[in-house]
Design a protein around this ligand. Structure first.
Ligand code: NAD
Length: 250
């Protein structure tokens, strides 16, 4: 079968685990050269090695997405080593369940730094490489919680709503450079991220899903492939797609 990302270079932040790792592997399977960026360098290397089995070039970089200089250096290095950047997926994220009445300013700042500022920084330093190449795709991983809210997650909800808004702003600015920017706002997906959430939280969440179950990371990756590929993704920009979001009303 025809591979959909042959000749493309894709950078995936948070690619060392969960949804980011699943996207890195699917993109590699579809012919892309893949750079896996993660705070956890060991996980990044393991995923890059697995991705390399599909035959493309890979890179693994230990990067904290909250560190602007590190993100800039990483994007420049990827572009130099792999010949440019065509696709960015921002999947790095953290979460913890803290009631508003117990949430410290430091906790709020910590989550916003990774889940909102990290998405800005990755796009800020990957986009120039796409502009230089005449186009590209940016895919920001938001969350359904950024649309509908969620208890114990004021910081996370704020960050994810911010990602959805920022995606629209980036889409408008980068359209003239042929860089398409979209978000994916998944419902719950079984990954290490949500292991720490309470059983009550998970049961309530499951009850509101028409499909009736949590998703798996490999079920989110094809949405990213759609947005990254052509012609499938050619007419999407500023959009937010919601696999297993549970929403059946606009
Ligand atoms: P995960 O914990 O499996 O993966 C997140 C990855 O991000 C990890 O490898 C982690 O090391 C990395 N990371 C965290 N902080 C970082 C930092 N400062 N710099 C670089 N890397 C960092 O979680 P996941 O569920 O695969 O999450 C991926 C994305 O999907 C996140 O943005 C998350 O908010 C979002 N999301 C997850 C769910 C879900 O239910 N799992 C639902 C909706 C959205």
């Amino acid at each position: 079968m025809q591979q959909q990302l042959t000749g493309k270079v894709a950078v995936i932040t948070g690619g060392g685990s969960g949804i980011g790792a699943a996207i890195a592997l699917l993109f590699a399977q579809e012919g892309a050269d893949v750079a896996v960026l993660d705070r956890d360098g060991q996980h990044a290397r393991a995923v890059a090695e697995e991705a390399g089995a599909f035959g493309g070039r890979t890179a693994a970089l230990a990067v904290d997405v909250t560190d602007g200089e590190a993100v800039r250096a990483a994007m420049d290095r990827v572009a130099e080593e792999l010949g440019g950047i065509d696709v960015l997926v921002s999947a790095a994220g953290i979460l913890d369940e803290t009631p508003l009445l117990e949430m410290s300013e430091a906790t709020f700042d910590k989550v916003l730094a990774v889940d909102l500022k990290g998405v800005f920084l990755a796009a800020r330093w990957a986009a120039p490489h796409m502009v230089a190449r005449g186009g590209g795709r940016i895919i920001n991983i938001a969350s359904q919680l950024g649309i509908k809210g969620g208890t114990g997650l004021t910081h996370y909800v704020a960050a994810k709503a911010g990602v959805i808004g920022m995606t629209k702003a980036m889409a408008l600015e980068l359209a003239e450079h042929h860089v398409l920017v979209n978000a994916i706002a998944p419902g719950p997906v079984v990954t290490p991220l949500i292991e720490g959430l309470s059983e009550d939280w998970k049961a309530a969440k499951q009850a509101e899903l028409p499909i009736g179950r949590f998703g798996q990371a490999h079920e989110i990756a094809p949405t990213a492939l759609l947005l990254a590929s052509s012609p499938g993704g050619d007419l999407y920009t500023g959009q937010t797609l919601g696999p297993n979001s549970g929403d059946v009303m606009p």
